[in-house]
Design a protein around this ligand. Structure first.
Ligand code: ADP
Length: 444
């Protein structure tokens, strides 16, 4: 192939380009002169001159042919079909080949980089929008489209302040204090935006979706406030009684005994609360992986029913139906989740009611159902019941020793087992708390 010629040229020891030009040129002149001298000597000077003219003409035609080939190659330069050359043309073509090959390599590297850059920009969770010096949109990645409600195809070339018409954003642009990021509430999202000028004539708008971070931060703040509040109430009672005991040393034995009883109750309340908080934090911790084992559900449900009867103190009828298979999971965690549901059923069912604990297999997977004929829950509360410290009736929850963390613990146990909780309830009629575990957890 012609290219091979050029490649082999490249591999040879590079020759001085001047020599490459002059040696063949002088050789050609020498042979023409020699040929025409011989012909002139043999047939006379006219024939000699004719031969010389013919030779020069044919050389000219060859050179013009090469020029033509070069011209057509330049129209569509490709390193794979370079014309073959002779004499100094070999050198010219091999140089062209090298230039073209480098060019092609650079171009393919550049295309590869661009594709990689585009892919990275597509995958970037943060939004990036490039604008010119007067804030006309030039390009943006999909995250920026999502965050700012833009469509690159449609909005390209439009002024960003016309596309994002939030007053805080407009102020940010007017003030031009770009060293500070701007927190923007846009389309139900909390965005952190910052403009970074670059290249003198361009600016990048970077957006970061902080909705989830802010939600977690809010949850953390709420949790601390709620936990402190929950602990403060029993502590206030205990401290109050302790102050009475120290300021009135002559309290009669009966009063002192009742104060001690109340203090013990409040102390226990704090203990249960702290235990529930520790359980929750353990369930959320990545350092506390699930340790699956075969769980004997029949024994577990019967034990839970026994505890429910003890809690009910004979005020309810507690029955069980166990038909489902054993499962693989954390016995301790499942016991805690099912136990919480059973104890809630007792605590939120007035005396004389019925609690039915069921373990059954269904096409969706094995199910634990805690069914009661208790006070029930209004629909508006159901979606929020698994939030920490969320209670429908605070005083009733406290009266029945509730911490407000029971259903949050259930939710986390189920998250760790891939299960889900469905709550069906009607105010005044009773509730069904249905836990469904994945069929894959059925023990062999
Ligand atoms: P608590 O310790 O207050 O019971 P939970 O997280 O276990 O906290 O439950 C949250 C709230 O859900 C309770 O305060 C109660 O209002 C409601 N609840 C839970 N189970 C039942 C039930 N079986 N019947 C009626 N309401 C219930």
């Amino acid at each position: 192939m012609k290219v091979n010629n050029a490649v082999s040229c490249l591999n040879d020891q590079p020759m001085n380009p001047k020599l490459l030009f002059w040696i063949p040129a002088l050789l050609r002149v020498f042979f023409i002169l020699l040929g025409s001298a011989v012909v002139g000597w043999l047939f006379g000077p006219v024939y000699g001159l004719g031969v010389a003219l013919l030779a020069v003409l044919s050389l000219l035609i060859v050179q013009l042919d090469y020029l033509h080939k070069l011209g057509s190659w330049l129209d569509d330069p490709q390193s794979t079909r370079l014309p073959d050359g002779w004499g100094s043309w070999t050198n010219i073509f091999s140089r062209l080949y090298r230039l073209r090959r480098d060019d092609e390599r650079n171009q393919s590297e550049l295309t590869e980089w661009l594709a990689r850059f585009r892919q990275a920009m597509h995958l970037l969770p943060d939004g990036v929008a490039i604008m010119d010096d007067v804030l006309f949109l030039e390009w943006c990645n999909p995250a920026a489209e999502r965050h700012l409600g833009l469509t690159l195809e449609k909005d390209k070339g439009m002024r960003v302040t016309n596309l994002i018409r939030h007053p805080d954003f407009i102020d940010y642009i007017i003030l031009g204090r770009y060293e500070q990021p701007l927190t923007l509430s846009l389309r139900d999202r909390k965005l952190i935006c910052q403009i970074i000028p670059f290249e003198n004539r361009r600016q990048i708008l970077v957006t970061h979706d902080a909705t989830e971070t802010q939600r977690i931060e809010e949850m953390r703040r709420d949790f601390i406030a709620n936990a402190s509040h929950e602990l403060r109430t029993p502590l206030t009672v205990i401290v109050g009684f302790l102050e009475i005991a120290s300021s009135e040393p002559d309290l009669d034995a009966g009063t002192r005994a009742s104060h001690l009883k109340l203090m013990t109750e409040q102390g226990r309340r704090m203990q249960v609360l702290i235990e529930d908080m520790l359980t929750l934090s353990r369930l959320e911790s990545v350092d506390y992986p699930l340790r699956p084992e075969r769980v004997d559900i029949k024994t577990m449900v019967e034990d839970i029913a026994q505890e429910a009867r003890a809690l009910s103190n004979g005020q309810h009828l507690v029955t069980t139906t166990v038909e489902g298979p054993d499962v693989t999971g954390s016995a301790e965690e499942l016991r805690s989740a099912f136990g919480n549901l059973a104890s809630n059923a007792v605590r939120y069912t007035p005396s004389g009611g019925t609690i039915h604990l069921i373990w059954q297999n269904t096409p969706e997977g094995p199910q634990f159902v805690a069914s009661d004929t208790g006070i029930g829950i209004d629909q508006i509360h159901i979606a929020r019941l698994t939030e920490r410290f969320y209670r429908v009736d605070k005083s009733r929850s406290r009266e029945t020793q509730g911490t407000g963390l029971g259903l949050a613990i259930v939710k986390h146990v189920l998250l760790r087992h891939g299960g889900n909780l469905c709550i069906k309830s009607e105010a005044g009629k009773g509730s069904n708390f249905i836990v469904t575990l994945p069929p894959a957890l059925i023990a062999a």
